[in-house]
Write a protein that binds this ligand. Structure first.
Ligand code: MP5
Length: 254
């Protein structure tokens, strides 16, 4: 059985917690409160901003065949930041300046420490699980959302064919890395897979009304400035992942 199928069987209940999360079902059904969606936007903007140094930190460990695709991921993440900016301007959400929620902060620390201290196969496992979780999540939203929903550009970004191809490629490469890994390394990869899914669940929970820090009744965290993109809401938005096709099509696993 492939590494991913084995993990997916092992963690089937956790995956269903993601796919059945109220945040996703309410976004699909158009019943999500605007402010709840705005919380997710602010927090995921911080997450995507941190994902850029996460990818950059993988480069020193990466096989050379991954350099160009990883550079492509960094460009895509920059375009995603612009997507958040454009949407926020359209729907009048104040994106920048939100303090990081506990779950967002913890997840980002997990990403960055994984990139710094874990092996490449373990870090790749985290990358795959995080991207796969977003693809699966937004595919749930796609099944039934009003196509005129203001949230549709997010749905298209992560459930669309370009992102699907990228996640497929990440999975093929993950199978190659797992095939070469020792049993102990595979066990570490499995742990990282599970932790990433747990963080994904925690992130949806946070967005759905739990953005405070445990033990505090007001938000005492420092404001984060966030990047400045000077968005032009009238500019046509290019798909964030469209250029990845050239990097990830026709790659052989391993
Ligand atoms: C992703 C994301 C997808 N934006 N946020 C979380 C909490 N998990 C996964 O990552 P990317 O790199 O934005 O496609």
């Amino acid at each position: 059985m492939s590494f991913i199928s084995e993990q997916d069987q092992r963690f089937a209940l956790l995956w269903s917690r993601i796919r059945e999360h109220p945040f996703l079902l309410e976004t699909r059904d158009g019943t999500i409160p605007r402010e709840t969606f705005a919380t997710w936007m602010r927090q995921d903007y911080l997450f995507v901003e941190a994902a850029i140094p996460f990818i950059g930190a993988l480069l020193p460990k990466a096989p050379t065949r991954h350099w160009a695709p990883l550079a492509g991921v960094i460009s895509a993440l920059e375009k995603e930041l612009r997507l958040f900016e454009e949407r926020a301007a359209r729907v009048d959400v104040q994106l920048r300046g939100a303090p990081p929620a506990f779950a967002c902060h913890a997840y980002v620390q997990f990403l960055l420490t994984t990139a710094a201290y874990a092996s490449y196969p373990v870090a790749w496992t985290v990358l795959y699980a995080a991207e796969r979780a977003y693809h699966d999540s937004w595919k749930v939203v796609r099944e039934g959302i009003d196509p005129d929903s203001p949230w549709m550009p997010f749905v298209e970004n992560w459930s669309g064919p370009e992102f699907a191809g990228y996640v497929q490629w990440l999975g093929e490469e993950l199978e190659g890395l797992a095939a070469e890994a020792s049993p102990a390394e595979r066990a570490r990869m499995s742990d990282a897979y599970r932790l990433t899914i747990l963080y994904e669940i925690a992130f949806w929970e946070m967005a759905h009304g739990a953005e405070g820090w445990p033990g505090t009744d007001s938000d005492l965290a420092e404001a984060a400035a966030g990047p400045q993109w000077n968005p032009d809401p009238d500019a046509a938005t290019e798909g964030a992942w469209s250029h990845m096709a050239g990097h990830t099509e026709g790659e052989e696993p391993g």
